[in-house]
Design a protein around this ligand. Structure first.
Ligand code: ADP
Length: 678
């Protein structure tokens, strides 16, 4: 459907149906329609007489950027619908335009075309005011493209004059007759061809200039313009091509650099992997080495301990013989030194057991109050010797029986209390136990050993937990020590899932504390023996009374394979007025028990042919043929772990003593088990 336009022809520039001269005053210039760029001096001023006239004053060096912004205002103006379904007269005043490139003109022409078609309107005639010769020829080029007829006038006033006096338009529009020769046409055609096909040639070089009187002058000018634009386009095309080539080169270079980097990274990753593998291997090697070292330490300590027991025992016996003062002083020194050596070996053994990962992971029930009783009975003498008070404070809410690692807990607390005694000269040592948290199944306890001793200087607290570290070796020289006590306590506490820490002030005292979690056994799992048993030493007084007819007088069967131990223990027992018979293993012991009646059996555990556990089971089985299957059997061994003690008890042994056996221990043992005899 072809558009219909209201009658607004050049012959009737009347407003509202009546013929009025058109004047500037009748034109509406809304602010939103105006564009002015202060920086560049470019302006587009737009005005309208609705459905009749559209005027634009343009100025400046109009680059495409400004034109783009100016077109927004044009779009705004058309949006008012004041030019709609109509033909209108257009006036464009170019008097102030300095220059406008080809792209700007195309942009402007395209937008105007689009808006005209959108609002179904078009300019019936366009008055171009003050256009340069270049612009005029350019507009001629555009005239069919924008479907407009152009009339070139010097000023807006001239345009209004023509509009208001329709008869003058004929003069303005009048076609000028021109005559042109074939030669001129041929010359023009050849110029067009050359400019079109020869990229290097320029218009000036070919000297095609013609005088303004030449009828083809305008066409030459147009060709010049088009040629300039074409050159410009080719130049930018070349530049862009060059830039693209450059970017391609750069990206190729980056690609190859990236490939090198990738290779480097891959190589680094490979090296890293080799390092990690090496480290892992080194870790495995180190672990094997630590294990081997710990096993070596354990073995060597064990080997040293056996003769040491003999030295300790013999020294003790020696001290009981009549000695002069000088001899007594030598014997005392030997005794103190061997005890220190023994303590050291025990520590190394404990430490190596942990380092070689041989800690027993099976939990057992224990009575916490009894555990502290043991600490007290083992260390009270040491504390009293120094005039120190040793106090235990367990809050009543702590359950009596717990499940955990009593042997390790005992060892850790013993080490801490021993240190507290060692490094305290006056005052007291308080061991306390508090509940930190509790659930139906578990309880977490805070166990602390607080002393009023020499304390630890600030900054040295980290040091003391390192193995073989002592802050003041003179104190240790006085008191003994290996620098392993805290390391062992820490290892054991960490094994139990706790953490050992210290709060201390120099010259005021220290508090070593840790938390550890224990399982609360269900009530029906706790036997009475658990309630009363000591983790360290089982004391059963329910021994069957011996058959009087079988009761020998003070004769003891010592079952021990080591000749030195045989000698030491025999000497001690003799000293205590006991007769001793020796069996070198379990089989010999059973044989002896079949023949004779003894008041007590002291049984080593590890022996060739038949060990102590097996022998005890055999004796208790009542099938062995021994005279008294219920005879009191006391284990005597250097292995004093909880498990050993439990095994002894399970096998039916009555008591347990640790090597090296000391005279007082032996005396106590005999008092306990043999005084029942008549
Ligand atoms: P040691 O066998 O020498 O006691 P430990 O590992 O048990 O070795 O202790 C290391 C060092 O930590 C001690 O030599 C001592 O300097 C310091 N230390 C440990 N306990 C205490 C304490 N209760 N008061 C002051 N210093 C302590």
């Amino acid at each position: 459907m072809s558009p219909t336009f209201k009658n607004a022809t050049r012959e009737s520039p009347n407003i509202n149906g009546t013929r009025h001269p058109v004047s500037i005053e009748m034109i509406r210039f809304d602010p939103e329609w105006q564009f002015e760029d202060q920086a560049s001096g470019v302006f587009y001023k737009n005005g309208i007489i609705p459905n009749k006239l559209f005027i634009t004053y343009l100025g400046g060096v109009i680059n495409p950027e400004c034109a783009n912004k100016a077109l927004e205002n044009l779009e705004n103006m058309f949006g008012y619908g004041l030019l709609h379904n109509c033909e209108y007269i257009r006036i464009a005043d170019y008097n102030e335009v300095i220059s406008a490139p080809f792209t700007t003109r195309i942009l402007y022409a395209n937008t105007l075309n689009r808006l005209n078609s959108k609002y179904n309107c078009r300019p019936s005639i366009t008055y171009i005011c003050g256009a340069s010769i270049l612009l005029k020829t350019m507009l001629r080029l555009f005239s069919s493209y924008v479907k407009q007829q152009f009339i070139f006038v010097p000023s807006v006033q001239d345009a209004l004059h023509i509009i208001n006096t329709p008869q003058t338009i004929a003069i303005a529009e009048k076609d000028q007759q021109i005559t042109i020769s074939q030669k001129e046409i041929d010359r023009f055609a050849s110029l067009c061809g050359e400019l079109l096909f020869n990229e290097t040639v320029t218009f000036e070089e070919n000297n095609y200039s013609v005088s303004p009187e030449n009828p083809l002058h305008d066409l030459y000018t147009i060709i010049t313009l088009l040629n300039d634009d074409l050159k410009e386009l080719r130049k930018t095309e070349k530049e862009q091509k060059f830039k693209i080539e450059e970017s391609l080169d750069q990206s190729r270079m980056l690609n190859s650099r990236l490939a090198v980097e990738k290779k480097n990274v891959e190589e680094k990753e490979l090296i890293q992997q080799i390092l990690i593998d090496n480290l892992n291997q080194a870790k495995i090697d180190a672990e094997i080495a630590i294990k081997a070292k710990s096993e070596f330490l354990a073995n060597i300590s064990h080997e040293i301990i056996t003769p040491l027991h003999a030295v300790i025992g013999m020294t003790e016996l020696l001290c009981c013989t009549p000695l002069n003062d000088e001899q007594k002083s030598y014997a005392d020194t030997i005794q103190i030194s061997t005890q220190l050596l023994h303590q050291l070996l025990n520590n190394i053994l404990d430490f190596s057991i942990h380092e070689s990962g041989k800690l027993d992971t099976e939990k057992s029930l224990f009575n916490i109050q009894k555990l502290f009783d043991d600490v007290l009975s083992l260390l009270i003498d040491e504390a009293l010797k120094k005039g120190l008070q040793l106090t235990f404070a367990i809050v009543p809410s702590v359950p009596e029986v717990l499940s955990g690692y009593p042997a390790y807990l005992l060892k850790a607390i013993l080490n801490l209390v021993q240190n507290a005694i060692k490094f305290t000269n006056k005052g007291e040592i308080v061991v306390s136990v508090e509940t930190v948290s509790e659930s139906p199944d578990e309880i977490s306890l805070r166990i602390s050993v607080k002393d009023s001793g020499i304390g630890i200087p600030d900054g040295k607290k980290e040091l003391i937990f390192q193995k073989f570290t002592q802050l003041d070796s003179s104190a240790t020289r006085k008191q003994g020590g290996t620098g392993l006590g805290l390391t062992i306590a820490k290892q054991l506490i960490e094994f139990m899932g706790g953490k050992l820490d210290v709060i201390s002030r120099e010259n005021e005292g220290s508090e070593f504390w840790f938390t550890a979690s224990f399982i609360k056994p269900k009530d029906n799992n706790i036997s009475n023996s658990d309630r009363t048993s000591l983790p360290c030493q089982e004391r059963h007084h329910s021994q069957q009374p011996l058959d009087k007819t079988l009761t020998p007088i003070n004769k003891i069967l010592l079952v021990e394979d080591n000749i030195i131990n045989q000698r030491v223990t025999t000497a001690m027992l003799n000293k205590l007025d006991f007769e001793v018979e020796i069996a070198a293993n379990g089989v010999e012991a059973i044989d002896a028990l079949k023949e004779k009646v003894y008041s007590l059996v002291i049984m080593d555990l590890q022996m060739p042919i038949m060990g102590g556990i097996e022998a005890t089971q055999e004796i208790r089985s009542k099938k062995s043929g021994v005279l008294n299957p219920d005879i009191t059997i006391v284990a005597m061994t250097a292995n004093s772990t909880m498990e050993d003690k439990k095994n002894c008890k399970d096998a039916g042994m009555n008591d347990f003593i640790s090597k090296p056996v000391m005279m007082p221990t032996l005396q106590e043992l005999l008092n306990k088990w043999v005084t029942a005899l008549p």
